[in-house]
Design a protein. Structure first.
Length: 239
């Protein structure tokens, strides 16, 4: 069973670990299936390279992290996946479908399913249903699932998980940080961030349950590297 989670092709200069996909990978591992993560932005893949990657792997499921800035590339990438193998299951998740679930599944015709909100609980159930023959799991019972039924798009309600630590840590082995840090900051790299570094806030102000969890999320990385936690400050740019 081959499951590929994709940060899409993008012309962004920002290279950072797609921790949302890291969490989704951890959740999928709990089903006994080992997914892979392809970070097209970090690998500097264009659509042609992405196509070659997909044709070589021939995955059973491809899940895309979709932010609004990446919508056109995701649309083309989904077409690439389906044109190569129409049986491959395609899923979209992330900020864009979370904000506009119905229109997202209308627009991304090549996506079989979408997720809104946090996807850990839902993806586990969907994978069990699709690949582990667990048909007692009905589509309408999967939290956050966006799905089609008789030309209608359904959006399931979210489940609120009180103990976010039950999700475990992101699959850091699939999104190694040191390589990214080098890519993002080495002089002469095309991906070098033009903005000067700012000090990390000493007291992060959590804006959500998920933000509160960031401190525990990043703990082991900080301990391993012995360096200040660069990613924590990145989490507060939206205020
Ligand atoms: C940290 C952060 C960053 C960081 C790091 C991003 C990264 N690589 O992960 C940095 C500083 C680099 C960044 C940059 C930008 N960001 Co920003 N960022 C955030 C922030 C604060 C948190 C994201 C996060 O890590 N969440 C925690 C993880 C665990 O959640 P997650 O990634 O959403 O993933 C979960 C679900 O979405 C879902 N999911 C996600 N993908 C998938 C895929 C599948 C298959 C499934 C099943 C589920 C699934 O399951 C995951 C686990 O629960 C959000 C705001 C927010 N509160 O979400 C904005 C946010 C995502 N950013 C946003 C924007 C606009 C940007 C920029 C475009 C800003 C700019 N003008 O440059 C750039 C884009 C950079 C790029 N092209 O990569 C917007 C996106 C809006 C949109 N509609 O797409 C947000 C929502 C902020 C906002 N409210 O405007 N960002």
């Amino acid at each position: 069973m081959k499951i590929l989670l994709v940060r899409p092709v993008s012309d962004t200069y920002i290279i950072s670990p797609p921790i949302g996909l890291g969490y989704i990978a951890t959740a999928i591992r709990e089903t006994g299936i080992n997914p892979d993560i392809l970070d097209c932005a970090k690998e500097r893949l264009n659509l042609h390279n992405f196509k070659k990657y997909v044709e070589k792997l021939n995955p059973d499921l491809v899940g895309f992290q979709v932010w609004s800035c990446d919508v056109p590339q995701v649309k083309k990438s989904l077409r690439i996946v389906k044109a190569f193998n129409n049986q491959t299951i395609t899923i979209i998740g992330g900020a864009h479908p979370s904000g506009d679930p119905i229109y997202s599944l209308e627009y991304f015709r090549d996506a079989d399913f979408g997720f809104r909100g946090e996807g850990e609980e839902g993806i586990k159930l969907l994978v069990k249903r699709l690949f582990l023959n667990n048909h007692s799991i009905t589509l309408d019972s999967i939290p956050g699932l966006i799905w089609r039924e008789n030309n209608k798009i359904n959006v399931n309600s979210l489940s609120l998980v009180n103990n976010l630590d039950s999700f475990g840590f992101p699959a850091w082995d699939l999104i190694p940080v040191p390589a990214r840090a080098r890519t993002a900051s080495a002089p002469g790299q095309p991906t070098r961030c033009p903005a000067p570094a700012r000090p990390a806030p000493t007291t992060p102000r959590p804006t959500s349950l998920r933000a509160q969890k960031q401190s525990s999320t990043f703990g082991p990385t900080k301990a391993r590297s012995g360096r200040p936690d660069l990613r924590r400050k990145a989490c507060f740019h939206s205020r």
